[in-house]
Design a protein around this ligand. Structure first.
Ligand code: 8DG
Ligand code: CA
Ligand code: CA
Length: 442
């Protein structure tokens, strides 16, 4: 857009969106007087609209799929989310762009971390961990890195005295010198990375299945998956595919808090002293999440079929639910190092009211976990994440204290259990300084 009051010229990136949704959006844009709409990308487009793609992926799509040779003024192009467009249509005005409306830029080290897990070869875990640690170091810095000197002595980046820089450092140095890392750009452009990203976005599909689809069945898109005769989807995956759009839409904390309140209300109707706690990323203060994790606990240790009764009250909202019976009396059998636990729980997809309060809903993933009161502090610590924090604190317990920490308890190597009634006590037992949930976002 060159002039101040010009009408935005919008273009939709179809990748990652269902055909029906794209058609619907295009029709809205065509009819609207607020925006001009281009079916084909042209040089006058001012707003590129996409969902669940980074800025680089949207650009890549234009170059590779749409064969756009030259994007004249990439800097002035706005890369925005479908949510921005929908808000404009609903409010019948051009909504001011906020950071939340812009497609995010890829974090180079996070791309490498993800790519290592997608490849899944023998060294995948250690490679991805190395990139994660490098990326976490950068995030903790008070200012942006501007020269090689800023990297000196940084943990997991400036490692060892070798004259050959480590992988993380090499990538950062490339970005400092050339504005980008050719290795990362190549990954972002690759069919493998882009297809794996889409496939692993389906609930119930992990890297292993996604790799099989990509390499053995030669699938590339969601449409390929749907039309493939080789793919046999299990129940999770069928729902995952059907609600792909909704389940991949970031979940705002307000929506999660509203649902937490509703669950608490239902729980109170069942029995007044049931406690409901929203955990996971939201407890760490994240404004957005991918699902809701709710702990349900009761002083009289779960004899009351709480989950069954709760799900009954929620029945109109259940799209899918997978109940797992618990075996909380043999918690020590938990595989060390694994975050999987033995609580009675339900992995579900529920219809959750949007924050608009107009009766509209979005399909969301919800984990409901029933925790015996005596194990609550451990479950709280275990389910608050982040996954990386959990891995590190469990590793620390094992290597420094010769103890096993799980979401059920803390145990010495002879199996003795060390009870705790708060997270603070667990940190204490481990000889660690207490870390608030908001400081566990590493
Ligand atoms: P997000 O949803 O905001 O994207 O992130 P998150 O809330 O940090 O991640 P999550 O995938 O929802 O996982 C939350 C925490 O739950 C994570 O640290 C691992 C932990 N967790 C357990 N036990 C189990 C389990 O049996 N299954 C799963 N899926 N997660 C578990 O402690
Ligand atoms: Ca979560
Ligand atoms: Ca979860």
């Amino acid at each position: 857009m060159s002039g101040k009051n010009e009408v935005p010229v919008v273009y939709f990136v179809e990748r990652g969106l269902y055909k029906a949704r794209v058609n619907h959006l295009m029709k809205l844009a065509e009819k609207s007087k607020l925006v001009d709409y281009r079916k084909d990308f042209s040089s006058d487009v001012s707003h590129v609209i996409a969902q669940d793609l980074s800025r680089q992926q949207a650009l890549e799509y234009l170059r590779k799929v749409k064969k756009v040779k030259q994007i004249t003024d990439e800097e002035s192009l706005q890369f925005v989310t479908v949510d921005w467009f929908v808000s404009c249509m609903k409010e019948k005005r051009i909504v001011t762009l906020t950071e939340g409306h812009r497609l995010k830029s890829d974090d180079a080290l996070e791309v490498l971390e993800e790519h290592a897990m997608f490849r899944g070869d023998a060294s995948a875990e250690s490679r991805s961990l190395a990139f994660h640690r490098g990326s976490a170091t950068l995030k903790c810095l008070p200012a942006r890195i501007s020269c090689e000197e800023d990297l000196r002595n940084l943990p997991h980046i400036d490692v060892g005295n070798s004259s050959k820089p480590g992988h993380c450092k090499r990538v950062i140095l490339d970005i400092l010198s050339y504005g980008q890392s050719s290795e990362v750009e190549e990954i972002l452009r690759s069919d493998f990375y882009n297809s794996m990203k889409v496939f692993t976005g389906i609930f119930g599909v992990g890297p292993q299945t996604a790799r099989k689809w990509f390499h053995d069945f030669k699938l590339r898109t969601l449409r390929d998956v749907k039309n493939s005769s080789s793919v046999h989807l299990n129940k999770d995956q069928r729902f995952g595919l059907e609600y792909y759009d909704d389940l991949n839409r970031p979940l705002p904390v307000g929506e999660a808090r509203n649902f937490e309140t509703l669950i608490r209300q239902y729980a109170e109707e069942i029995q007044p002293d049931i406690e409901i706690t929203l955990v996971g990323g939201f407890r760490r203060g994240k404004p957005m999440g991918h699902d809701m994790d709710l702990l349900i606990t009761h002083k009289e240790d779960g004899k009351e079929k709480i989950l069954h009764k709760l799900l009954h009250k929620l029945q109109d909202r259940i799209i899918y639910s997978d109940k797992k019976a618990g075996s909380v009396n043999q918690p020590y059998s938990a595989r060390p190092g694994s975050t999987m636990d033995h609580f009675e729980k339900c992995y579900g997809i529920f219809k959750i009211d949007t924050v608009k309060g107009d009766g509209s809903w979005t399909a969301r993933r919800v984990d409901l976990i029933v925790v015996p009161y005596s194990q609550f502090a451990f479950a709280l610590l275990g389910w608050s994440g982040s996954r990386h924090f959990e891995r590190e604190i469990r590793r620390y317990a094992k290597s420094e204290k010769q103890m096993v920490l799980t979401s059920h308890g803390l145990y010495s190597s002879d199996g003795t259990s060390h009870p705790a009634s708060s997270e603070e006590e667990i940190f204490d037992l481990l000889g660690l300084k207490y870390q608030k949930p908001c400081d566990r976002n590493c």
